[in-house]
Every structure is written in C-alpha cells, then in structure tokens.
Design a protein around this ligand. Structure first.
Ligand code: NAP
Ligand code: G4F
Length: 325
C-alpha cells in the first residue's frame, strides 16, 4: 500500500487531498500541530477522521518532522502547512517567515536526512507573482511578491527547485492560483462573502464589510486543484506547474454572483471598510495553466458560478443549524 504524509492536513487543501489519496487506496498520515482547540472539523466534514493517522509535529521543529517521516515511512510528502492568510503576514512577518518559509527548509532537510527518494510536493502560490510582470502568469513569468507571505513562499519555492537541482530529489512545486470551497477558512474573501450572504438571507446580519472589491482573482475549486498536486508526484520527472482556471473576476462580481443566487442585490448590503485594505495589494492575478493541461492532462472542472453557489448552499445549511440550535 502506497503511503503519503500530508503537512497541513487540517487545512482546506489537506482535507481534500487526504480524501483523494484515501480514494486512491493510500495509507494517509497527517502532521497535526498542537493547538488548544480542536482543528479537525474539515476532516470531520468529509467523514475521514478515522481513516487518517495523525502524528503530532510542527513545521518549525525539524526533529518532529524527522520523527513524522520515520513513523510514516511515506513514498510521497505533500507540504501544505503554512501561515496562509496574506493579511496576517504583515502583522506576523517573522512567524510567517518561520512557518511558511523556513518550514520548507525543515521538511526538505527531514526528507534528505531520512530518505531522499521520497517524492515531495511544495504548495507554492500565485502570490509570488504579486505585482504582475505579464498579463497572464505562467511558469516563466518573473516573480514580484507583494506581502511577507509572498516573500516567504518565494523562498520555499526556490528552495524546492534548489533541492531538486542539488540533490536530485523528486521535488515539485505547484504554483496554485486561489482555490476555494465550503471548507475555506472564514477569513478569506470568498468564504467571508458566502457566509455573509447566508447570514443576511436568514436575517442574522444586516451588512457585509469588505475591503478592496476591485481586486481580481483567478478562482478555482480546491477539490479540482488537489488532483493536480497528486498528478505532479506521479510524473517520472519533477517539475513546476501553474494551476489556474485562466479566468479572472473582481471581488465585486464574485459578490454579485453570491447575492444574486439568493435573490439579493449586493449593492444593498456591502459596505466598504478601509480596515480591510492591505498595505500593498495584488490587484490582479490571471493564470495560464497550459503546461499542466498538456503535461499532466489536468483541467479545472468547476466554474466560478458553480463554486460560489456550492459555497452559499453550504453556508446556508450551517447558519440554519446555528440559528436552530
Ligand atoms: P489553510 O486552510 O490555511 O491550512 C494551513 C494548514 O497549515 C493547517 O492545517 C494548519 O494547521 C497548518 N499549519 C499552520 N502552521 C503550522 C505549523 N507551524 N506547523 C504545522 N502545521 C501548521 O491553507 P490551504 O488553503 O489549505 O492551503 C494549503 C497550502 O497551499 C498552504 O501552504 C497555502 O499557503 C498554499 N496555497 C493556498 C492557496 C489557496 O488559494 N488556498 C493558493 C496557493 C497556495 P492548523 O489547522 O492547526 O492551524
Ligand atoms: O481571499 P483573500 O484573502 O486571498 P489572497 O490574498 O488572494 O490569498 C489567497 O490566495 C493565495 C493565492 O493567490 C494564497 F497563496 C493565499 O494563501 C490565500 O489562500 O483575498 C483576495 C482579494 C485580495 O485582493 C483582498 O484585498 O480580496 C480582497 N478583499 C477585499 N475585501 C478581501 C476583503 N480579502 C479578505 N480576506 N477580506 C476582505 O474583507
């Protein structure tokens, strides 16, 4: 039986990837960071808590990563753990550097020191393109990160390339554009909007406060994107791939889709609050996934409209339960 270790298994992508690997017959191990509250709600939502084996550890603690690899003896390691919220990275730049940046050095070293034949996936990001240097961003577009998060991710990205070139490791990096789902953290804009729409529709809230709604993002469905992660590690040679839909939409138009779905007009409820503006903004992201389509045979299956309505439905159900509890 093939074994995989996922760091960040309690996050959005970790939960969907664990589900996918279980469906493929893998034995799935996950790194579990110690917290004072329960972080297993996503694994619970997918009904897979009992099917995965969790090993305590932290990205900032190399010895715990070595221990996790020794226990799980994986053929594949997917490094999804990160301080992943861009806004927080200005308030906690050093923590972000340690977890999101140096954490990659820790996990790569843990692999190199235990079993360098392990195949490695690094969760890189379109945030590395930041102040975009080309209208459509591909694997060859120069990087220009605009946040401490983007800078930390760029370190992790280049270190992955470097370990591939230095030690001949099967290390691949997926440059993923924004991907969302009903399991998205509530602080990210799509989920904040779909949760807000559900609360307004059910009479729990009266308004939704947002920042820069003119920002544009290339949004896809997380369930589609974890398939690309797996495909990268099944290739004979490691490489880097952009994973995106090739369509970009403003936060404003995404709001319009969400509100219209429940018969409301976003203009009646959205309030602009400068508190949510960022010190430096990534105005627009638009990915070119041609390489992934041609080499991996991957393509996005879910439209933005399908994604947002799926998220609104899930939030309506959650808020209804909350109200009736
Ligand atoms: P997420 O929901 O924020 O999940 C992050 C995961 O990292 C959680 O499981 C979290 O554990 C874990 N983690 C945080 N600090 C840790 C530490 N010190 N030690 C061990 N684990 C730690 O993120 P996501 O949306 O699933 O994204 C997965 C990865 O892809 C991240 O690296 C993110 O930066 C990257 N990425 C995401 C997107 C996107 O649009 N979603 C796009 C490109 C790249 P707790 O639950 O205990 O906090
Ligand atoms: O949903 P967001 O917070 O995602 P962001 O900053 O694009 O980062 C996400 O995607 C990256 C991939 O490109 C990942 F690497 C990263 O880990 C994360 O998953 O914000 C999207 C846009 C921004 O331009 C932001 O300024 O929405 C704008 N926005 C407007 N009002 C808001 C809000 N964002 C948030 N979170 N909250 C608002 O009220």
């Amino acid at each position: 039986m093939k074994k995989a270790l996922i760091t960040g298994i309690t996050g959005q992508d970790g939960a969907y990837l664990a589900n996918l690997l279980l469906e493929k017959g893998y034995k799935v191990y996950g790194l579990l960071a110690r917290r004072s509250t329960n972080t297993l709600w996503r694994l619970d939502y997918l009904g897979i808590i009992k099917d995965v084996e969790l090993i305590e550890g932290d990205m900032t603690d190399l010895s715990s990563l070595i221990r996790a690899i020794k226990i799980s003896q994986p053929k594949e390691v997917y490094n999804l753990a990160a301080q992943s919220f861009v806004g927080t990275s200005w308030d906690q730049p050093l923590l972000t550097a340690q977890v999101t940046g140096l954490g990659v050095a820790n996990i790569l070293e843990a692999i190199r020191l235990t079993d360098p034949s392990i195949r490695f996936y690094q969760a890189s990001t379109s945030e590395m393109f930041g102040l975009i240097q080309e209208e459509k961003q591909s694997e060859t577009t120069p990087f220009y990160p605009r946040s401490p998060y983007g800078v930390a991710k760029l370190y992790g990205h280049w270190l992955t390339v470097n370990y591939r070139e230095s030690f001949n490791m099967h290390a691949s990096s997926g440059i993923l554009f924004n991907h969302e789902s009903p399991l998205r953290g509530i602080e990210f804009v799509t989920r904040k909007v779909t949760d807000g729409v559900a609360r307004i529709k059910l009479g729990v809230e009266k308004e939704l406060r947002l920042g820069n709604i003119d920002a544009k993002r290339d949004w896809g469905f997380a369930g589609d994107y974890v398939e690309a992660m797996w495909l990268m590690l099944q290739q004979e040679t490691p490489d880097d791939y952009v994973i995106a839909t090739g369509r970009t939409t403003t936060v404003r138009d995404m709001c319009k889709i969400a509100f219209e779905y429940v018969g409301l007009n976003y203009e009646d409820y959205v309030v602009i609050d400068p508190k949510f503006y960022r010190p430096a903004e990534v105005d627009v992201l638009l990915g070119n996934p041609t390489k992934a389509m041609q080499k991996l045979g991957w393509k996005p299956k879910t439209t933005l409209e399908e994604l947002i309505t799926m998220m609104v439905d899930a939030d309506l159900e959650r808020v209804r339960k909350e109200v009736n509890a």
